[in-house]
Each structure stands twice: as structure tokens, then as C-alpha cells.
Design a protein around this ligand. Structure first.
Ligand code: HEM
Length: 401
């Protein structure tokens, strides 16, 4: 096996050639080797992984751990600094390994099946319509992020969790602050506390008076404590909101910039499911991580990862790997788009993937049906791109119709 003898790279954060393409250097690194030695922010030498099959192997290998105390930081982001020390509540299964992790995934699995999401679809259709009505009433031009991409997933997750309508405005406001680049660290911390603080009283109230919602069902049918439920409520909210919002806005931008793809989708709504998969693959908004640490010496594709070494993966690079995808640099909603790793893979693979899929499958066609003449209201190179967050996307998307 090859060991880390080459000069390590630092985390590649070079400019992107365009709003939809990852930095070109990722492709160059992948051609060199699917795993490359990398120096982390604290000096630790681990690995950077760009190959599709290597990423899948690591994400499905139980010898790799997600536990934060085993990781070395690869990049220093303001959001992470604001959240340090706040991500360790009981129930934060995102940062647990099996078997601890398994208990939580089992308790939640039934709530996120494709079948359950189908039952929830009429609500998603209704929320989408309400947001489009409000956007139309406010008139052209508009910021698609503010009017559509943010409110749809935020209201959907509120509905799913059973957050009362009267609380949703404050909730949305706090979450917008949480994900806004203009917010300082203190402001972000306060918004985080507001969002976290929502759940304990809500859960106490639902224990006494359960409704027809996910939190009420978990209260009734699982052995989870109120503390665990509060963390899970927050995690579902945070995991499901910015990601889906980003896909809705960036996906719309991509379709507007690929008008032939947009017209294909408009002409044949049965393409929507595949279009969503292809947009997930092509845009891969999770542009930093996931990250794991080896708990034993592991050989992956001829490379020896030593026990204790951190491994940073690039889902963007994996999703453009020509060894797995035909013509990976092209957005083509008609080609088979399955098998991408935009939702990760393995035991931590996205819990809300089916929900996000339904939201997008409903929202893109509804948007273009409502505004057939939808267009950018600024030149494409003036769209403000969001780079300094774990989720890649646009800050705003000025549109007109
Ligand atoms: C995990 C992406 C939507 C909740 C993940 C992971 C990725 C991801 C890449 C794996 C992280 C890792 O391996 O460390 C996305 C994308 C979304 C999306 C691109 C939208 C387009 C959602 C939604 C929800 C959600 C709607 C909740 C309702 C979660 C949770 C986990 C997760 C709870 C952690 C799972 C675990 O550790 O077992 N997501 N996600 N996500 N996602 Fe999503």
C-alpha cells in the first residue's frame, strides 16, 4: 500500500470556473489519485478524497468514525466557530457512531420513508402554492431566495415537526439570521439559542396534548427523552432547511442558465424526478466534507490510511467522477442520474433525502408553471455566490417575470 509520503496539499478552496462547477483543481487532483495526502488546519496530515468509489467505500466502512474529538479541522468557518460547544447535546446522532447512532436512526426511520413523504406531499403542494401566491402578489422583480427558496422548506419542516403557525415567523427570522453571512458570531449564537430554545416548551406541550405531527409521534412511540427530542427537532430543522433552500435557488439559477433543460422539464413533468437527481449530482451543494477519522489502519484503493488519520471527502469531486458518470460535466436531466452521493452514503446518509426530493420535485415545476417567463433580473455574473458556509449556494437570486 502507498503511504502518505508525498508533499501534502492544503484544503483546496480555489475559485470556481462558474457558479455551477466545482473548482477545476478537484478534477486535476482526482486524476492524480482518488486519495491525496492533505495537511489540515492544525498541521495534522490526513487525506483528501476525490474519487467516487473511494468516497463510497469510506462512507460505508465501520472503521471510520464521525466523532468530533477524533477529527482535525480542515477549514476554519465563522459558522463553525459560533457553534463550537453547542453541537453536543444528547441526541445529536449526526456526530455519533454505531451502535449509539443506530438507536436514533431506528426511532426516526419510519418518519422519513418515501411512503410517508408521499402522504405528506399534498401539504408540500399547498405550501408551495401559498408561497407562489405571495410572490406573485408582491410582484416582479423579486428575490427568489426570500420569496420562495427559503420559505418553502422552512414552512415544510415547521409543518412536519408540528411547530404552531403563530411561532413560525419568529422561527424563520432566527433561522434566516443563522444562515446569513452578514450575521456576526454573537448574532449567530443568539439566533442558534433562539432556535434551540423553541423546542423544550414545544415538546412539553406536545407531551400533554399530542397532535398529528412527527414530534408528537416520537413522543408517543419512542423512548427518547425530552432533551433528546429537542436536539433532534433542532437537527432536523437545521439539516433540512438551508440545504433544501439552497438546492431550490441554485437549481432554479442552473435551469435558467440552461434554458433547453428548463424547457424539457416544462414540456414533460414526468422528467421532474430525474431532473432533481441530476441537479443534486451536478450542483452538489455539500461542498465541504463529509469528514471521518480512521479508527484502525485501513487500505482504500491501494492507499494506507493510518489509524487516527482524518479523511476529508469531496462529494462535488465524486459526483463529477468520469469513472462512474457518463459526461459528468454536463447538466442533462434526461440521462440516468442515480447513484450520486449528494446525500452522502452509508449509515449517515441523509435522513431527509426523500423529503428534500419531494419538495424539489413539486417546487421546480410549480415555479415554472406559475411564471413561464421567469428570468434573471441581473446579469448572471452579478448573482452573489455563497462560498463561506458548509452549504454552497447563492445569497439571493433576483428574478423577474
Ligand atoms: C445527513 C445532504 C436535506 C436531515 C446528510 C448528509 C448529507 C446531506 C451529504 C451526510 C453527512 C455525513 O455523512 O456526515 C443533504 C442535502 C439536502 C438535505 C443536499 C437537500 C437537498 C435534508 C432534509 C433533512 C435532512 C430535508 C431533514 C428533514 C439530515 C440529517 C442527517 C443528514 C438528520 C444526519 C444523518 C445521520 O447522521 O444519520 N444530509 N441533506 N437533510 N441530513 Fe441531509
Amino acid at each position: 500500500a502507498r503511504a502518505a509520503t508525498e508533499t501534502p496539499i492544503t484544503f483546496p478552496r480555489q475559485a470556481r470556473p462558474g457558479p455551477f462547477d466545482p473548482p477545476e483543481v478537484l478534477g486535476a487532483l482526482r486524476e492524480q489519485s482518488p486519495l491525496i495526502p492533505m495537511r489540515f488546519a492544525d498541521g495534522h496530515v490526513g487525506w483528501f478524497v476525490t474519487g467516487y468509489s473511494a468516497v463510497r467505500s469510506i462512507l460505508s466502512d465501520p472503521r471510520f468514525s464521525v466523532r468530533p474529538e477524533r477529527q482535525h479541522p480542515a477549514v476554519d468557518l465563522p459558522m463553525t466557530r459560533a457553534l463550537i460547544g453547542k453541537m453536543n447535546g444528547s441526541g445529536m446522532f449526526l456526530i455519533m457512531d454505531p451502535p449509539e447512532h443506530t438507536r436514533y436512526r431506528r426511532a426516526l426511520a419510519a418518519e422519513f420513508t418515501g411512503q410517508r413523504m408521499k402522504l405528506f406531499e399534498p401539504k408540500i403542494v399547498e405550501i408551495t402554492r401559498t408561497c407562489l401566491d405571495a410572490m406573485e402578489a408582491a410582484g416582479s422583480p423579486a428575490d427568489l431566495v426570500e420569496r420562495f427558496a427559503f420559505p418553502v422548506p422552512s414552512l415544510v419542516i415547521c409543518e412536519l415537526l408540528g411547530i404552531p403557525p403563530a411561532d413560525r415567523v419568529e422561527f424563520q427570522h432566527a433561522s434566516a439570521t443563522l444562515f446569513d453571512r452578514g450575521s456576526g458570531i454573537e448574532e449567530t449564537r443568539r439566533a442558534f439559542d433562539t432556535v434551540l430554545g423553541f423546542f423544550p416548551p414545544l415538546i412539553r406541550q406536545k407531551r400533554q396534548d399530542p397532535g398529528d405531527d412527527l414530534l408528537s409521534r416520537l413522543i408517543q412511540h419512542s423512548a427518547l427523552t425530552d432533551d433528546e427530542l429537542a436536539t433532534i427537532g433542532y437537527m432536523l430543522f437545521a439539516g433540512g432547511f438551508e440545504t433544501t433552500a439552497s438546492m431550490l435557488a441554485l437549481g432554479t439559477f442552473a435551469l435558467l442558465e440552461h434554458p433547453e433543460q428548463k424547457e424539457l422539464l416544462r414540456g414533460d413533468p414526468s422528467l421532474a424526478g430525474n431532473a432533481v437527481e441530476e441537479l443534486l449530482r451536478y450542483l452538489t451543494i455539500g461542498h465541504i466534507g463529509p469528514q471521518r477519522a480512521a479508527t484502525a489502519d485501513v487500505e482504500i484503493e491501494g492507499v494506507l490510511i493510518r489509524k487516527g488519520q482524518s479523511v476529508m471527502m469531496s462529494l462535488s469531486a465524486a459526483n463529477r467522477d468520469p469513472a462512474h458518470f457518463t459526461d459528468p460535466e454536463t447538466l442533462d436531466i434526461t440521462k440516468p442520474a442515480g447513484g450520486h452521493v449528494a446525500f452522502g452514503h452509508g449509515v449517515h446518509g441523509c435522513l431527509g433525502g426523500q423529503l428534500a426530493r419531494v419538495e424539489m420535485r413539486v417546487a421546480y415545476p410549480a415555479l415554472f408553471e406559475r411564471f413561464p417567463g421567469l428570468r434573471l433580473a441581473v446579469p448572471p455574473d452579478e448573482v452573489s455566490i455563497k462560498l463561506d458556509a458548509f452549504v454552497y449556494g447563492v445569497h439571493s437570486l433576483p428574478v423577474a417575470w
